[in-house]
Design a protein around this ligand. Structure first.
Ligand code: 5GP
Length: 190
């Protein structure tokens, strides 16, 4: 998506550890009109697919997931990383290694909100090694729901997570595909 690539080029910053900082528009301060256009692009790509629910993980995927969900007219469910007192005891869980924090998190969703047969689109801000996406896919499978596809705003293609999912037959769609962050320079695949 050209507008997203332009915004990444202008506002993105490369941090040590292969981290692209996009918190001025995507996952801290939110550029709502950009995310609206991103959501529309996702909808156009999946418009022939029935989507009952969008699944993301807190916190950085939530804004993009919500602005995408408005086009599908479906709810957003976000997996939580800690058990809070208002989360029901009955949860599906998966273990996820956090890319940016380097720790292992148990992500969880209430069994009340993910049901057998539901058609689920997994949405996140980044796809790097695929840990977060695989964790969410595990939640979908544990619920007996059906995975429609995996969407990332930004895929760091060279880290392999997206291609591993594609090899398994998952429909992966990324709005901006990054080939390299070497020497602090952001290079897109196309
Ligand atoms: P993965 O699990 O695919 O290795 O990494 C995806 C998750 O890690 C996303 O949920 C995202 O929050 C975080 N992440 C991975 N790479 C980056 C990055 O370059 N920048 C930021 N801001 N987050 C990232």
């Amino acid at each position: 998506m050209e507008l997203l690539k332009k915004t990444i080029s202008e506002k993105g910053k490369v941090l040590p550890g292969d981290v692209l900082k996009v918190d001025s528009f995507l996952n801290h301060q939110i550029d709502v009109s950009l995310l609206h256009e991103m959501g529309k692009t996702v909808y156009d790509n999946f418009s022939d697919c029935k989507v009952d629910k969008i699944l993301t993980v807190e916190a950085s995927g939530i804004a993009f997931a919500c602005l995408t969900a408005q086009f599908f007219c479906c709810p957003v469910l976000f997996a939580k990383k800690s058990k809070t007192s208002n989360l029901s005891a009955d949860v599906y869980t998966a273990e996820v290694q956090s890319y940016t924090h380097g720790v292992k998190n148990t992500i969880m969703v209430s069994k009340n909100y993910l049901s057998s047969g539901e058609r689920v689109l997994v949405v996140d801000d980044f796809l790097a090694r695929g840990e977060a996406a695989n964790g969410m896919i595990e939640l979908v499978e544990k619920a007996g729901a059906k995975l429609v596809g995996v969407v990332a705003a930004i895929e760091k293609v060279y880290q392999g997570g997206g291609d591993a999912l594609r090899k398994k037959g998952v429909n992966v769609f990324s709005l901006a595909m990054i080939d390299s962050l070497e020497n602090g320079k952001i290079t897109f695949c196309r």
